[in-house]
Design a protein around this ligand. Structure first.
Ligand code: IVH
Length: 649
């Protein structure tokens, strides 16, 4: 199978249309073709265009159309494929009961529908509550472990659901798989346990670091590494992957006469407790049960937030009816149990189009390229702008205008561009050319400069209004002067009104004028005035840091401030005086010294002083070390542990 770039582009465009409006029955064959294409991109090319979530959305549409019109189902429809991980390298093993898949849900509405369907299937009144278990949906490789007479006898991968691959020797190397367990105490002679092989995220990082150090190819993610790790030719290689197995289901349990003992375990919660007592690793039974679907929804929302902190990769949750008798009443389809459903977390990846590039100028003049993309929903928010950091990033990723790009939210927060789908280019895309001149005032033709070793291009025109605006935003921020109630939007508003041109103006505001503005009352104006007055008394180390002198961080500001009586003393300092201070390097020395030679900066500081900002060193801020003969002078004190009332910082 091979696709031209144009065909691929059409298939992607068409797929995206179906993500915004549903496919019709007349489009069913086109939908199948699109799904086949995405299967090919995912599993043959190893380079998916759609996120799993988007693929699932299309797959569900096909399934729904085929359910409504069964006569149109074809043998080669993607829905007729039984998903399989069989490779032929390991002898097949037949599972004692089929390993089914799960139906999917994506939001609270889907969960409410699931609850409704359970009540219909079990004949329970809509007003009554059904208790559910909520477990992480581990993203690894599934396994079935068989115990006979208390001994582990077989381990298999899921395979095609009916037959898996025999990985007994490999599974025996895993510490989380008990080689024997006291099943006989529970009157169970043969037990089949279902679980998922996973690798802790931090462990995965270490494994990859080691591989990189020894020049080996890196693993893409913990999931592939765990699933692949189960099927190593050498069992010791499986052991070294750091795989753990979470047990999440007792699939089969019979006593010595072959009688089904599963029936006697009344709830899923009890099943999990039994697995724990047999020595398996399970999800904490104490946080398993939700008394009704509303609690499930709440738990799902909480999980979605803390997902990044969870030590294992999970792609969602699994919601299971707790009562065994109700599970029985619900029954199974050939694909999944009707009493359980996967709740898939919102996609972390999506595909969109890079439409244009905007350039932003920062407080020290660095130019940041920002990709403007066709708005797309990603992990619950709509993304339309993504930082591309610097020119190097654009070149490394070979990004073109008009490209289809894959985007992701790193750590579930900041969106970033993973890659361009260069093989989907149709010829109209154009390489992104980083501007030569400052893009904020193109007519002025200010040539951008780039300091050696720095990734960013900078505009040397430091009187540019936008740079001043960025500096004022930083100046009032928490990490600089910390002016409470004076946020970015207020700075921008006052700047647009012409009230703020540089930092000094912050201390010369006309509060009567502010009170006239919509959204301000006498209370908020008083609060603002008091925060600004408070900031006037800040230590001069804070003040130095808040001036946005390139590379001058908090610590260097502190070291310099300790050695002066007044901020303007620095206007007579030579660069060597800065470098004489331990830990101040030549770059910071040059930048601070240059800053203090500029007349406009000195003028700004003088105006600040005339508005009441204290530029003097305060005795209380002078470090103990420099007070002569103080008991601790010259000593370095290290403390470990944590403080109860403040951070170590
Ligand atoms: S229950 C009969 N629980 O998800 C019940 N599955 O998409 C079927 N999975 O193949 C499975 N975590 O490998 C269940 N807590 C969990 C799970 C889980 C991960 C995997 C499992 C299954 C796949 C279904």
């Amino acid at each position: 199978m091979n696709y031209t770039a144009t065909e691929q582009r059409q298939l992607v465009d068409q797929s995206k249309t179906w993500l915004t409006r549903e496919a019709t029955i007349g489009e069913i064959e086109a939908l199948r073709q699109a799904l086949r294409f995405h299967e090919w991109r995912y599993s043959v090319q190893n380079d998916p265009v759609l996120s799993d979530y988007e693929y699932d959305q299309l797959y569900k549409q096909l399934e729904a159309l085929e359910t409504a019109h069964p006569s149109v189902i074809t043998q080669d429809s993607p829905t007729q494929r039984v998903s399989s991980d069989l490779s032929g390298n390991f002898p097949p093993i037949r599972h004692l009961t089929p390993m089914l898949s799960l139906d999917n849900s994506y939001d609270a509405e889907d969960l409410l529908k699931f609850d409704e369907s359970i009540k219909k299937l079990t004949g329970i009144e809509p007003s009554e509550s059904i208790a559910y278990c909520v477990e992480p949906k581990y993203d690894g490789g599934s396994v079935a472990l068989v115990y006979e007479n208390d001994l582990l006898t077989r381990a298999a991968t899921r395979g095609n659901g009916t037959e898996g691959e025999d990985i007994t020797l490999n599974a025996r190397t895993l510490a989380s798989v008990p080689l024997s367990a006291p099943w006989s105490d529970a009157n169970i002679t043969i037990a089949e346990i279902r679980g998922e092989a996973v690798i802790r995220k931090d462990r995965f990082e270490i494994i990859n670091k080691r591989r990189s150090e020894s020049g080996k190819e890196l693993f893409a993610n913990p999931r592939n590494s765990a699933a692949g790790g189960l099927r190593m030719k050498k069992a010791s290689d499986t052991r070294d992957r750091g795989i753990e197995i979470f047990a999440f289901q007792l699939g089969h349990a019979v006593d010595q006469d072959g009688r089904d003992v599963l029936q006697e375990i009344n709830t899923h919660e009890q099943q999990i407790n039994l697995l724990a007592s047999m020595g398996f690793k399970v999800h904490d039974p104490s946080e398993l049960v939700c008394k009704d679907i509303h609690e499930v929804i709440k738990a799902a929302q909480q999980w979605e937030k803390k997902r990044g902190e969870y030590p294992y990769e999970i792609d969602g949750l699994v919601i299971k009816v707790n009562r065994r008798d109700l599970q029985e009443r619900c029954g199974y389809t050939s694909h999944h149990p009707r009493w359980a459903i996967a709740y898939k977390f919102k996609a972390k990846q999506a595909t969109t189009t890079l439409e244009r590039v905007e350039y932003q100028v920062g407080k020290v003049g660095s130019i940041t390229p920002v990709a403007k993309v066709t708005p797309v929903s990603l992990a619950g928010v709509t993304v339309s702008s993504i930082s591309m950091h610097n020119e190097e990033f654009i070149l490394q990723k070979d990004l073109h205008l008009g490209d289809q790009i894959v985007i992701e939210r790193a750590g579930d927060v900041i969106p970033y561009i993973v890659k361009a789908l260069s093989d989907l280019r149709v010829g109209t895309e154009t390489p992104i050319r980083f501007p030569e001149y400052c893009p904020i005032h193109p007519v002025d033709k200010i040539k951008l400069v780039r300091v050696e070793d720095e990734a960013a291009w900078r505009c040397p025109n430091c009187t540019c209004g936008i740079q001043n605006l960025q500096r004022m935003i930083f100046h009032v921020s928490k990490s600089a002067m910390d002016i409470d109630g004076f946020g970015k939007s207020i700075v921008e508003r006052f700047y647009d009104l012409g009230w703020l041109r540089d930092i000094a103006d912050i201390y010369n505001l006309d509060y009567d004028q502010i009170q006239e503005l919509e959204g301000f009352g006498s209370k908020s104006v008083d609060k603002l005035r008091s925060s600004i007055n408070q900031a006037k008394k800040n230590p001069i180390s804070r003040l130095l840091h808040s001036l946005s002198i390139h590379h001058l961080g908090k610590r260097a500001s502190q070291l310099i401030a300790e050695r002066i009586d007044h901020v303007l003393d620095l206007s007579t300092w030579q660069p060597e005086q800065f470098t004489n201070i331990k830990d101040i390097g030549p770059v910071v020395a040059r930048n601070v010294s240059d800053w203090f030679t500029q007349e406009s900066n000195i003028d700004m500081l003088r105006r600040m002083e005339s508005y009441g900002v204290d530029l003097h060193q305060k005795e209380a801020d002078r470090p103990v070390e420099l007070v002569q003969d103080a008991p601790l002078s010259g000593k370095t004190i290290l403390f470990t542990g944590s403080l109860q009332q403040m951070t170590r910082n």
